[in-house]
Design a binder for this molecule. Sequence first.
Ligand SMILES: Cc1ncc(COP(=O)(O)O)c(C=O)c1O
Length: 401
Amino acid sequence: MSTTETLIAAAEAHGAHNYAPLPVVVASADGAWMTDVEGRRYLDLLAGYSALNFGHRNRRIVEAAKAQLERVTLTSRAFHHDRYAAFCEQLAQLCGMEMVLPMNTGAEAVETAVKTARKWGYRVKGVPAEMAKIVVAGNNFHGRTTTLISFSTDPEARADFGPYTPGFEIVPYGDLTAMRSALSENTVAVLLEPIQGEAGVLVPPTGYLPAVRELARERNVLFVADEIQSGLGRTGRTFACEHEGVVPDMYVLGKALGGGVVPVSAVVSSAEVLGVFRPGEHGSTFGGNPLACAVALEVIAMLRTGEFQDRSARLGERLHRELAALADGERVTAVRGRGLWAGVDIAPKHGTGREVSERLMDRGVLVKDTHGATIRIAPPLVISEEDLDWGLAQLAAVLEG
Ligand SMILES: Cc1ncc(COP(=O)(O)O)c(C=O)c1O
């Protein structure tokens, strides 16, 4: 057996089968490239589902992490530490908000948003106890906890994991009429991905997000934007909401905030909203730890210049131009997305998204399929034009036959 086969067999023997990874075993990575245990190189066109927006082992981020590793890495929130204030202040500033509540994973941050909205609903809006409702969209993906899968519409995510958490109402994504009629006096929040990533990079109809924004304002409901995958430069702006001039009441952030180094997530909102928490009501041992704050501070500094957002917008035009040329119905049936982010529906005669991903892997390009026929392309924003062109040429070659 090859080293790859041996390691995959051992992973399958001892690791739970909750993912179906492509059969590649990565040993090292740099920028937009990964190298496997056999020494083969692969262009990474997935970027850890946007967790690696700044590339693998980005020098600035690694240096910031190393410097912090030499000082202090964890205090728990029992004590203050000297990176916390700057992290909260600068992240709030980047978001145009006032307060931050740090966690670690994306799912934890969405859970935090749910708790925040409910408490705000009871304490500020005046919703009767236990009656708070949160409206979400069909085909959403917000994470894997029992509460979050309670409002998933994906049978694989839900089956056998009940009983489910009540208090959520699901409406079709992009349907304003359904959204309007779902809002009631007890609605505390609307929770949406401004672009649905896992669903296949679905961009809602133009005008939908501003209309939901307005509706939420009218009905005294919080508009919560889950920008865990769409945010922090991915779409060519800091936040996907910006494309339509929308400012939510709360951002939920994760993935790229950790610079591809450590899990860092956060809820960012106004003092009125996040001010509802009292000591003991919510928290996390690791949330807001010194190492996480140091890494995130570097990420925030990098985003502040706008350089990565511009790069994503510019290379994104190139990406979408090339993909549009493939979308002739014979090779690709549809392409969606913004910036360096695309969902590509493969014509059925070329096989499933998984099969196309495997053929791309054989050509040294890594992507990931979703929902049968779709592949997702989300390169690190640091990818060079040449590498992007080369990766797309491999896709064209795979779809040639
Ligand atoms: C929009 C969105 N929300 C939440 C999550 C969950 O994040 P995590 O996997 O870090 O828990 C994801 C992960 O893909 C996501 O795309």
